[in-house]
Ligand binder design. Sequence first.
Ligand code: GLA
Length: 387
Amino acid sequence: MKDRIMERFTEVFGAGEGVKVYFAPGRVNLIGEHTDYNGGHVFPCALTIGTYGAARRRTDHKLRFYSMNFEKLGVIESSLDELTASKEAGWTNYPKGVLWAFGEKGMKIPCGMDLMLYGNIPNGSGLSSSASVEILTGYILRDFFGFEVDNQELALIGQYAENHFNKVNCGIMDQFAIAMGKKDHAIFLDTADLSYTYAPIALEGAKIVIACSNKKRGLGDSKYNERRSECEKALEELQAVVNVKSLGELDEWDFEKYQSSIGDDVRRKRAKHAVYENQRTVRAVEALKNHDVAEFGQLMNESHVSLRDDYEVTGIELDTLVEEAWKVEGVIGSRMTGAGFGGCTVSIVKDEAIDTFIAQVGAAYEAKIGYRADFYVVEIGDGPKVL
Ligand code: GLA
């Protein structure tokens, strides 16, 4: 891939010295969904698929962007002096947002750059292609200009860009998982204080399989921000009767005790998911530590049911993929992953069942939904790097 992207870089931007090639992964969340903006735990991991970027500094303030995934769009030009988000800017809003965020954090970018990207994460699939571009950009800026920021800060800058430049109110999970990724490990992150540990994922005789529904969604136009405010309102109502800073501070028992203070059934369901899902995530990581993969899978299944019935972020596509997966012998657990409303599911499938899984779930999905799903057997990879 390095040679291919270098070659394309030269064709599009011209030959010259100083081109470097970088990689940032995508991520999949194993459990802990819609908990990261509720002060709860998440358990994501970086993947070996992600975004490749070739970049070179310029002597002026120009920014020239090109994506090998959207060749038709050609070179998209901008400038360090006009860093604003716009619909026409398309995917370049992600690198631009990070350039802007560095400036906001007091790190002045001295010159423009040419940037060529190629991603092998399906776009808009819930595997964080946008956060991958954000972390890649931050990593390049640090490498080019020597800013003293560690990977965790790169994650926070990426989230800041997403929240304030692209106006998507996302939590920290995606950027953190990508910036802090570690081969063959998932990250058990407490979003209340950003403390984390790495948990080895040794699925003896099984693999992580991602099924992409091919139903596109954008966080901005989804109900993501609505779910966030429903949780915030429910928290306010709970705070009238119990002293907590976030839903993540409550366990199931507390929730049942205080839930009547929430004045609306829908908000009560949303808050219930946030509380129960957080506790499930803690239990799931514990199960994994005890080598109880079956229990881990069971908790993944429960997570999906809660996202389907209480949080209501699944939809017929994700439900079909998951419910068909549950029918296949050798599936240890299956659930939607990411924001929901389309995107992907994640399943843990025994090696010998993978072919049947793909064939059976794929056929049932196409018959019911009318178009195909794509399947990826993935591996857990490291965070961003220079190639
Ligand atoms: C998206 C957001 C994350 C997180 C998930 C849901 O991926 O970017 O911050 O909230 O949805 O768990």
